[in-house]
Design a protein around this ligand. Structure first.
Ligand code: MG
Ligand code: MG
Length: 258
């Protein structure tokens, strides 16, 4: 399958992304001390279906393990792929929420990390810098550049801020499948990797840590945590590559009438 989408497919990717942006905004608005990630999961599934979409993570299978929920909810030292549960979030937590949907056969994928109640300035900075690294990476996603240009920029921003850059999980192409070629690592060498072409759609998703970048998977087979227990943040957008550069499909400021 070609990695490059035609205009019809890009139109559907835009519609998919806009719907996911709306779902993310709704879920994000409910994050507060006392809420459980299972409650957020329920809200997300209802919102996705209301907008004519289908949750894409629910039932996603890697080997013999099947992901059981609509969203990934990864608090504190969890990096990605946390399973929503009935444990209330508490003031001072951070939680990474990763959401995906399929609309008319096309996937979109977006994540953000949010503070629960009030957090210290050092934690706030982790979130702000990781989000900034996402947008710096997105700005490198243009025709003629390579995936290594995106990763290099993200790595530069995060390491300059003193954070670890997770290596074990990476961004990816996206379209009729949740994970398509090419891989988009959050580290790398400028000028290396896959050539980025107009019409490609990419999920760009830096994952940072306040400590070492190494991770491990918990016994549930899904939850990825930092090996050293340090806090982790994750921001992700689905973007389409146009002649002018990357068009962010899942940002709230791209919301039109759904
Ligand atoms: Mg995601
Ligand atoms: Mg992704």
């Amino acid at each position: 399958m070609s990695l490059v989408k035609d205009p019809w497919e890009l139109g559907l990717m835009r519609q998919s992304g806009r719907r996911l942006a709306e779902v993310c905004a709704e879920v994000r608005s409910l994050v507060r001390p006392g809420v459980t990630t299972a409650e957020l999961d329920e809200v997300a599934e209802r919102a996705i279906r209301r907008l004519g979409g289908v949750p894409s993570f629910k039932g996603y299978q890697v080997g013999r393990v099947v992901f059981p929920a609509t969203i990934c909810a990864s608090p504190n030292a969890s990096v990605v792929h946390g399973i929503p549960n009935d444990v209330p979030l508490v003031d001072g937590d951070i939680v990474s929420l990763d959401l995906g949907l399929i609309y008319m056969g096309y996937h979109s994928d977006s994540a953000f990390t949010v503070a629960v109640g009030s957090v210290g300035a050092d934690v706030r900075r982790l979130l702000d810098e990781t989000e900034r690294s996402l947008y710096e990476g997105v700005a490198q996603a243009m025709p003629g550049n390579r995936t290594g240009d995106v990763g290099h920029r993200i790595q530069a921003v995060l390491e300059a801020a003193g954070y670890g850059v997770v290596r074990d999980y990476v961004g990816h192409g996206i379209g009729r499948q949740l994970h398509e070629k090419p891989s988009v690592p959050n580290y790398g060498v400028s000028g290396s990797g896959q050539l980025i072409k107009e019409g490609m759609c990419l999920a760009i998703e830096p994952m940072s840590t306040m400590g070492d970048f190494r991770t491990k998977v918990l016994r549930d087979g899904w939850t990825v945590v930092t090996a050293d227990g340090s806090l982790s943040a994750h921001f992700e957008h689905t973007v389409a590559i146009t002649s002018r550069g990357a068009e962010v499909l899942t940002a709230i400021d791209s919301l039109g009438t759904v």
